[in-house]
Design a binder for this molecule. Structure first.
Ligand SMILES: Cc1cc2nc3c(=O)[nH]c(=O)nc-3n(C[C@H](O)[C@H](O)[C@H](O)COP(=O)(O)OP(=O)(O)OC[C@H]3O[C@@H](n4cnc5c(N)ncnc54)[C@H](O)[C@@H]3O)c2cc1C
Length: 324
């Protein structure tokens, strides 16, 4: 994983990019290799939303109280370093699905309530939500790494590296024993004057305002095929979601697809191979934007011998699956 006292990071998607920035801050030397022409980059399709609330019961996401304060510190600092805006805190509104669900939730408000929720008559507002323009972050970071002479635009075929290969990681013989569970996702960008530009609407999907009456609408989940081809079925599903969120008049700008590098236990894969000079920083599923900064910091600190990666995220939990 080290050549001439320098690490090799494989992959400049969201995971590799954020790990690279943490290495730069910690002054750990590295090169970053990336090959989108042979291995497509799913981060380019991401909605980019960060949202500390999940599920029908409005629960806090895993480690929300650690992840969210950290990301509100991390992304603005990175914007200052890179000289570009890509972090957009924004209110997120979750309307009640129907009258029955509203009654169910309101009756249990005392048990459900937590610091990220603000209750309204039609739904709940989620605090500390927003979105990251992931494509912009990757583009400006790529130029930054190139300016420092640490970007290698080529496929990496060796084994001594830190692999941030996204869903392609499951084809890497080093990691085939890890329980990946990738999920294809599609979203569309539209132009419309119907949705609000003031907040992210989240109702069995999302409508995310990009400015100038442009919006991202997402997202689908599929487990049957893992190409980077968009499909008419997803377009139909996204259009139905949009109608259910109250938007009927729109113009399709572009449809995008990617594969979420999800895992069976819904936790990341972080750490070093038990028997080889190889590492992995992967498995961020549908939450790369909120998970990657915190865990890149934790792993960097572990590499420097200071702290350990959270036991639910470390690949030590799967060491028994690796053959010697
Ligand atoms: C439709 C959709 C919507 C999403 N919405 C959200 C959202 O709202 N919020 C959120 O947090 N997350 C979202 N996600 C998930 C998010 O996109 C992922 O968590 C994240 O992008 C994963 O990044 P990654 O770097 O692990 O993988 P990738 O982005 O796939 O990056 C992997 C990189 O590694 C390179 N690579 C792989 N193998 C090699 C090799 N051998 N040599 C050289 N380079 C290599 C590839 O070229 C690529 O650039 C969404 C995903 C999809 C598909």
């Amino acid at each position: 994983m080290k050549s001439a006292n320098s690490y090799i990071i494989v992959g400049q998607g969201l995971a590799g990019t954020i790990l690279a920035h943490q290495f730069l801050e910690a002054e750990i030397p590295f090169e970053i290799w990336d090959s989108p022409s042979t291995h497509f980059t799913s981060s380019q399709a991401a909605g980019g939303i960060f949202n500390p609330v999940t599920g029908r019961k409005l629960e806090q996401t895993w480690l929300a109280d650690d992840l969210f304060p950290y990301l509100f510190d991390f992304y603005p600092r990175l914007e200052a370093i890179l000289g570009m805006r890509f972090f957009y805190p924004m209110p997120l509104f979750r309307p009640f699905a129907n009258q029955e669900m509203k009654s169910w939730l309101v009756e249990r408000k005392d048990q459900i309530d937590h610091g990220y929720l603000r209750w309204d008559s039609d739904g709940v507002w989620v605090e500390q939500a927003g979105w990251v323009d992931v494509a912009a972050l990757l583009r400006v970071s790529r130029a930054y790494f190139a300016s420092k002479g640490i970007l290698v635009e080529s496929e990496y075929t060796g084994s001594q590296a830190i692999f941030c290969e996204g869903f392609h990681g499951q084809q890497n013989p080093l990691w085939t024993c890890l329980p990946f569970l990738p999920a294809k996702g599609e979203l569309m960008e539209i132009a419309s004057n119907e949705p609000s530009e003031q907040f992210i609407l989240n109702k069995n999907g999302f409508v995310l305002p990009l400015g100038s009456q442009h919006f991202k609408v997402g997202a689908t989940y599929g487990w049957k095929e893992f190409t980077n081809e968009t499909t008419p079925e997803a377009l139909e599903e996204l259009t139905k979601k949009l109608v259910l969120m109250g938007c009927t008049q729109f113009e399709l700008v572009v449809q995008k697809t990617g594969i979420r590098p999800a895992t069976q236990d819904r936790r990341p894969f972080i750490g070093f191979h038990p028997n080889k000079q190889s590492g992995i920083f992967n498995g961020f599923g549908s939450k790369g934007v909120s998970l990657a900064p915190y865990f890149a910091k934790q792993w960097t600190s572990e590499i420097l011998g200071k702290t350990s990666v959270h036991s639910e995220a470390s690949i030590r939990r799967f060491y028994h699956l690796f053959s010697v």
